[in-house]
Design a protein around this ligand. Structure first.
Ligand SMILES: [Fe+2]
Ligand SMILES: [Fe+2]
Ligand SMILES: [Fe+2]
Length: 480
């Protein structure tokens, strides 16, 4: 159906422009679409799905040992939070107060996500996430685009299309993860559990509730028959062979004016990669803090994703220099481990805020950016530039969600400092217990980097040997 040609009063025909501001053809627009009540019901299920997916991925960042999955959960948890925010807002625009955003749309859908949350293995978890939940959401969004009215419901359609851009990427990535991590034997062993997920979706009338749902008892729980217990102790894979090693004090090198900027870039890439411990730690704050509004979860998840990006910037930095960081750089988990195991969520947030507000002055993020410019490493300059911008945002998030809960800004800082000092970063004990030798890995890294560039090592740089014994990363003394 084409738009009817219009003529002006003087008989001249008007130029033909695309109709309906480009939303769709009249042919499509002349067909009726879903009623508002159905749209709201489906949008609530999209919201519920993204909310639960966010929760599941964030809750498994610390205990997931595989580096790439930690990063993927950080990324996909962030995308779930952003799209959920969009759907929450849209539901509020559709004659909906009370919103009922906390309500469970169907008991079987609750079981579906509880089961994925409670899986004891990464392999089953990635099946649940990337083979079941995300593809089901993708199909549900595609169906919404086909069935809702493109003109009448244009604001929802736009949000579904935006979500689909993310969903396509997530599903592509997830397919590769499942292919790499799930052996055929596991599929056979877990066949019953995998079919339980299908049973749940079918009982719920499909993810969007558009099919006939069962009114009977909810499907029999398997892993989720016990309440989920969050595991905050960070785990790492083989590329982190010495996770208690605190033998190389990056800050002592970085703030030493006699050291050359080029070599400092190596320390900055190390510091960036070591930021893998921030998503591990923030996942515990987000998971264990109760009673906050959604905007808290959204902001904190944005910060968590930034920290994961910073780690991957460090990784990319080493790749750009032809350095195998898994052999030459001992990236520890001592900070996230101690904070997760020893402090309350509020105390952890206090430490995070204390560290991040200290990054802004002269020795902090600006300094790192200036050093990278001085070093003539354009990639490091790009990374430090954005690392700095992100950290300014994080200071704002800290003010909104941590300082605002404290009597004053100065007390917020003092409390963070005190909480950090309480943590037992026990250098000597770890050595005594045989957990690490705190080996100084710097000379090997520096020598390899010099060899890659056909340059002789500078003896003074090579001789750097300051550890974190008795020192925190801000060069203050530790409690032990
Ligand atoms: Fe950071
Ligand atoms: Fe950073
Ligand atoms: Fe940060």
């Amino acid at each position: 159906m084409k738009s009817t040609p219009l003529s002006s009063p003087n008989g001249k025909s008007l130029p033909v422009l695309p109709p309906l501001s480009g939303l769709c053809s009249f042919e499509k627009a002349c067909q009726p679409g879903l009623p508002v009540a159905t749209c709201v019901s489906r949008l609530k299920r999209f919201h519920y799905t993204l909310w639960r997916l966010h929760q599941i991925m964030i809750a498994h960042i610390a205990e997931e040992p595989r580096y790439e999955l930690k990063m993927a959960f950080s990324h996909h948890g962030f995308l779930a939070a952003e799209n959920d925010t969009n759907f929450r807002t849209r539901i509020g625009e559709m004659r909906e107060p009370p919103l009922g955003l906390e309500a469970l749309p169907h008991p079987a859908l609750g079981v579906f996500f509880d089961e994925i949350l409670a899986t004891p293995s990464s392999a089953e978890r990635v099946i649940g996430l990337y083979e079941k939940a995300f593809p089901a959401l993708r199909t549900a969004l595609q169906n919404y685009l086909k069935e809702s009215h493109p003109l009448a419901d244009a604001p929802s359609i736009r949000l579904c299309r935006l979500a689909l851009v993310d969903l396509e990427d997530i599903c592509d990535y997830g397919e590769q993860v499942v292919a790499a991590l799930v052996p055929d034997e596991l599929r056979t062993e877990s066949a019953q559990w995998i079919s339980l997920l299908d049973v749940c979706l079918a009982a719920a009338g499909g993810l969007d509730g558009s099919a006939k749902s069962s009114a009977g008892a909810e499907p029999l729980r398997h892993y989720s028959s016990q309440p989920f217990v969050y595991a905050g102790e960070p785990r790492r894979d083989e590329r982190f062979p010495d996770p208690f090693n605190m033998g190389v004090n990056a800050e002592a090198f970085l703030y030493d004016e006699t050291k050359p900027a080029e070599a400092k870039v190596l320390m900055m890439f190390y510091k960036r990669l070591r930021e893998i411990d921030v998503p591990e730690m923030m996942s515990s704050i987000i998971t264990e803090t109760k009673g906050k509004p959604w905007s808290y979860h959204r902001d904190m998840t944005r910060q968590l994703w930034d920290e994961a990006r910073h780690a991957m910037m460090g990784e990319t930095g080493f790749v750009s220099l032809g350095i195998d960081w898994s052999q030459l750089v001992m990236v520890n988990f001592t900070w996230s481990r101690c904070l997760n195991l020893e402090l309350t969520p509020k105390e952890r947030h206090a430490v995070l805020y204390f560290i991040e507000q200290g990054l802004m002055p002269k020795t902090g993020k600006r300094h790192e950016w200036e050093v990278s410019r001085e070093s003539n490493n354009p990639l490091a300059t790009t990374f430090q530039d954005f690392d700095w911008a992100d950290e300014v945002l994080h200071a704002r998030i800290g003010r909104d969600w941590y300082v605002a809960d404290m009597p004053s800004a100065s007390e917020a800082i003092a409390y963070g400092d005190a909480c950090w000092s309480e943590v037992t970063l026990d250098w000597a004990q770890w050595k005594k217990d045989g957990l690490t030798e705190h080996r100084n890995w710097w000379p090997d890294l520096y020598r390899t980097w010099c060899a890659n560039r056909n340059l002789p090592p500078d003896p003074e740089v090579l001789a750097f040997d300051i550890s974190y014994e008795g020192q925190r990363a801000d060069l203050k003394e530790t409690s032990v």
